[in-house]
Design a protein around this ligand. Structure first.
Ligand SMILES: Nc1ncnc2c1ncn2[C@@H]1O[C@H](COP(=O)(O)OP(=O)(O)O)[C@@H](O)[C@H]1O
Ligand SMILES: [Mg+2]
Length: 206
């Protein structure tokens, strides 16, 4: 098994399953948590991530296929999407990936799912199709406020990971989002993004 990435929540390994390369996502024990509480949280997040991955797939969103979930080890074995992180794309490919991320986000929101970690590192481009990964922080919610927080996070990430093209990519994302939700819904969520941003400005002024 090859270690691909060390993360705050856990590590990602490249392994094999049924003659295919596969990804093993682990969740580390947190020494500062009570052991029983820790195991409950890790177990809960593992189950939630794997079930939302599958739920998203049933909505027509491209996600890795979940091969195995181990509730005791808190690991998920899934299909490897052997493509390029959207973060590493440039130009028109990056722009159209953002349109696609907007569509995916809106499709999730319409079904009452928030991704919770919308960044260009959590989407993979493979054969010109965009795959959503990392549902570790996903939640169920139909609240405008929660949906707006999802959008706001993505905008913030664009400001740090894609500085020069931030405006272009944000417009691309909104174009995708707008094409999936009803116009009234789009306006309501986008207005709320503005509300969150003005709250942020006030907080900084104090
Ligand atoms: N199914 C997958 N196929 C290919 N690469 C993956 C897959 N899952 C994770 N990765 C790689 O591992 C990285 C971290 O995985 P992720 O699920 O985003 O966990 P984290 O919570 O650490 O961000 C991703 O950014 C991606 O590069
Ligand atoms: Mg991630």
């Amino acid at each position: 098994m090859k270690l691909l990435k060390k993360g705050a929540e856990g590590d990602i390994y490249l392994t094999r399953f049924d003659n295919h390369t596969a990804i093993l996502k682990t969740r580390k024990k947190k020494p500062y948590r009570h052991p029983q509480l820790d195991s409950r949280i890790r177990k809960q997040r593992t189950i939630r991530e794997s079930s939302i991955l599958s739920e998203a797939k049933s909505l027509g969103i491209r996600t890795p296929l979940v091969y195995q979930v181990n509730q005791n080890d808190c690991t998920i074995l899934m299909q490897q999407i052997n493509g390029i992180l959207v973060r590493d794309l440039v130009g028109i490919k990056l722009e159209s990936a953002c349109v696609e991320i907007g569509k995916i986000t809106a499709t999730l929101h319409k079904s009452g799912i928030i991704h919770g970690d919308l960044t260009t590192s959590n989407f993979i481009s493979y054969q010109n199709k965009i795959y959503a990964i990392d549902f570790g922080l996903a939640q169920k919610s139909v609240r405008t406020e929660d949906h707006a927080v999802d959008l706001r996070l993505f905008k913030e990430i664009l400001g740090s990971a894609h500085v020069g093209v931030m405006d272009l990519l944000w417009k691309a994302f909104l174009k995708g989002y707008r094409s999936v939700v009803r116009p009234e819904r789009f306006n309501k969520v986008l207005n709320h993004v503005g509300v969150i941003e003005s709250r942020g400005r006030y907080a900084r002024m104090e």
